[in-house]
Write a protein that binds this ligand. Sequence first.
Ligand code: FES
Ligand SMILES: [Fe+2]
Length: 362
Amino acid sequence: MSLVNPNIKKSKTIPSKFYYSKNTFEELKELIFHKHWQFICDKSQLKKNGDAFPYSFIEDFIEEPFLLINDNNNIRSMTNVCTHRGNTLVEQACNLNNKIVCRYHGRKFDLCGKFKFMPKCEDLENFPSNEDNLTKIPLENWKQFYFTSINPKWHFNELIQDMDNRVGWMPIEKFIFSKERSKEYLVNANWALYCDNYLEGFHIPFVHEGLTENLNYAEYETELFKYSNLQLGIGKGDEYCFNLPKNSIDYGKKVAAYYFWLFPNMMFNFYPWGLSINIVIPIAPEKTKIKFLSYIWDETKLNTGAGAELDKVEKEDEAIIEQVQKGVKSKFYDRGHFSPSMEKGVHHFHVLLSEFIKTNSE
Ligand code: FES
Ligand SMILES: [Fe+2]
């Protein structure tokens, strides 16, 4: 039986041990994260032929060294580990000039990752073989963003299609990354508590006084999709809302923000000024890093509406999440009921988590 009942009216939250157990934390790498799609970077990192962008699958959590390469406008992802003795091939973003050369003993590969040359190996038998090539890693893109996976258990479209249907009309390819407006936060709490909090607007009037001025709490809606969900932020005044095209199913509504969550740890928040991507990175059972990446669409709308003061809202969220982290470790707490109207998103997350971990708990 699933740990979390799919019927929200009968269901309780995931057992609290999930939020602090070291074993669960480690097991999740294999059970969930290896199987899902992970945001890497945007296209600006790979503009020219030969541009290479080394990355970890999930830095500080699953440090698997991978490499993105632009080979005549074909973007590929492959392992960044030399097939000789395991040196890291490319240490920082650079232009490769048509070949990858390992700086340890000079092994060479082409931009497809195919072995080309190795000094002093003339006498080797059965060499080179396929094993001497760099392994290809699954890669997909949506608009200007790249995503990767180690061992994907579902097609990328199942993750992205619902978001594309809803906000694909925005000129997302043209949004420009802003380093000054991007930042990282460290929270002393489990990564899933951070997601739980994101997935409900229930706490907004209690925790974020400022936000209630811009959002119409009574009309706050959550829509569930297969591996993602959407919280639709309805604004109070026209000036802070999207100018929606007629073919949008939201046409006529005062949409102030689209908060998309992609299982298990990515958030794409669209505001009239642009996009804030949040990546939730588990560091330890009770430590989480959150990367905020800002992409600007319309600078004149910065600092207005629901997308203003992201920093203040973030600090308010972190303070409450750290208190919850202490609470879930109490001997006197294990699981609680969901509000069927306000916590659909959290329930969706817990049902998905329990589907992925149930094989282990049975
Ligand atoms: S480890 Fe790369 S050539 Fe030896
Ligand atoms: Fe919040």
